[in-house]
Design a protein around this ligand. Sequence first.
Ligand SMILES: [Zn+2]
Length: 348
Amino acid sequence: MKGIKMMELPRNVVVGPGVIHEILPVCSGLKLYGNCIIITGNRTEKIAGKIVKEELEKEYSIDMVRVKESNEREVERVVELSKKIDAGFIVSAGGGKIIDVGKLSARKLGIPVVSVPTSASHDGIASSRASIKGVDGRTSVEAVSPVAVIADTEIISSAPFRLIASGCGDILANKTAVMDWKLAYRLRDEEYSEYAAALSEMTAEIIMESGEVIREGLEEGVRLVVKALISSGVAMSIAGSSRPASGSEHLFSHALDMIAEKPALHGEQCGVGTIMMMSLHGGDWERIRKVLKSIGAPVTAVELGVDDDEIIEALLMAHKIRPDRYTILGSGLTRRAAKKLAKKTGVI
Ligand SMILES: [Zn+2]
């Protein structure tokens, strides 16, 4: 199969207020058959899992499973139960971890998964990648793209605004991710997709220009962020890798996850990483900082709730996280350069 790359994309994307009630026609329209297993969480069961169950029960036989974390054990639990009831498809109704467990279980079982996100804090809601917690922290692995995404903006708006702001950080990260990708293409002749890169950049640009509608309680802003997160996922699917949406700023965030005593949210850390990596690229980091600030996302160590030292250590460690991923960090920063960067950009 060398040279043949599958571009796996969601077939149905429904975004808007109240669309959760459309789940039955979406599933039957996609000809999903057999028993259905709903993965949900303790809090998200009340706001989404229950509704999905009530709707789907009209036509399907349902089993519901609550998961707390995205790890091997939880995936195994879902896989076992799915086999026991002979599940034909999975519906993940919940936050990022629940969506990830659904995508990983679906891959193992070879059945489709429908994503019903209850928050919009990162671009995993429509992508084929999933983050899983292992012995040495979180890693991102290949799973499957959801066959449908049903993003009810009424439900997503009711989640804490901090999550939406974090989602914006994950989208702005596309800016530096694409710059890193272009660098790797020029210096290492890495595989590159103009189309995926353009889509990813445009997605970030839309958020950059719409800062004023992304406000607590504004459904319009939530819809914009959700659509942008889905586009980022699609860009990754087109590229067949996370390259268009994950570069040096993500490496910084992954390093901070390992180093910080109390890490912040993924997208929040990526946003701060984007400010610093944009400065390394010689780009307009002040603009990134201004947009994040206007949305209400953190732009400093204090706002992230981490120490200045942890920022420096994460900057020093970042290039080692994924040695195969060439970025502006090259073979790493010196301690003096890392300090200078964090100070110059106002992070510490
Ligand atoms: Zn991300």
